[in-house]
Design a binder for this molecule. Structure first.
Ligand code: DC
Length: 228
């Protein structure tokens, strides 16, 4: 039987990854955080001293780059040339680098097969920006998760504080506005709601409320699809 795939797209900080991770555990699906792949490329560009928006530099680096996803005890880990970089890619600097490299078509092509193959082999919840529109246009369920930029910046700021990463709310808000703009206005695979996706606004919700809404939505859609 063909594996089930659930696509969750939306801007940064809407709660995609924490909600998707939780739901995937509950359903016994793997959780695929595709943002981590763009972060891995952005991280490597910075490590090599390159400028993430310099498409010549980035394209030259791709043939020597191996990016892998592994699921260990239900948790996704990302490897760059056999090094586990999962924790190193969560800084504000890598966030901005990821957004910049994600606008380069060669980078999107480079990461496309890995995402498709993962969904072909596993029941999965995959989150990103173009999952419902480009990567998995035939996903069984498509959700577009949003929230106001202030709400999202606040969540991201608290997350970074918890990790001991020094920043201010204002800085996070400015970075988020820039990423929203760049991710939505790039030429290749911009952030956009698929026509057949259901939009869910998580502004003001607790984590539990958002989990409940998505869980119900996914179950209803899967029941509808199986005709029961
Ligand atoms: O989800 P995230 O914040 O970790 O993603 C980091 C960047 O990667 C984001 O600014 C845009 C890009 N991205 C993308 O272009 N397409 C995806 N499917 C996932 C992320």
């Amino acid at each position: 039987m063909k594996p089930i795939s659930i696509a969750i797209d939306g801007p940064s900080g809407a709660g995609k990854s924490s909600i998707a991770k939780h739901l995937a555990k509950e359903m016994g699906f793997i959780y695929v955080d595709t943002g981590a792949l763009y972060r891995a490329v952005g991280y490597e560009v910075l490590r090599q001293g390159g400028e993430p928006s310099d498409s010549d530099f980035v394209e030259k680096l791709l043939p020597g780059l191996k990016v892998e996803l592994k699921h260990i005890n239900g948790n996704q880990r990302v490897f760059v040339n056999d090094e586990d970089v999962s924790d190193l890619i969560r800084t504000p600097e890598v966030s901005m680098a990821a957004s910049a490299v994600s606008a380069i078509p060669a980078v999107r092509r480079f990461l496309f097969d890995l995402q498709r193959e993962t969904a072909r082999k596993n029941n999965c919840i995959m989150d990103g920006r173009d999952i419902g529109t480009v990567v998995l246009p035939d996903a069984d369920v498509k959700i577009f998760l949003t929230a106001t930029v202030e709400d999202r910046a606040n969540r991201r700021f608290l997350e970074l504080q918890q990790k001991g990463i020094e920043t201010t709310y204002e800085e996070v808000l400015e970075d988020m506005k820039k990423r929203d703009f760049d991710d939505s206005n790039r030429k290749t695979a911009p952030l956009r709601k698929a026509d057949d996706a259901v939009e869910v606004d998580t502004t003001g919700n607790t984590f539990e409320q958002s989990v409940e809404i998505l869980s119900r939505l996914i179950n209803d859609k899967l029941k509808e699809r199986s005709g029961s």
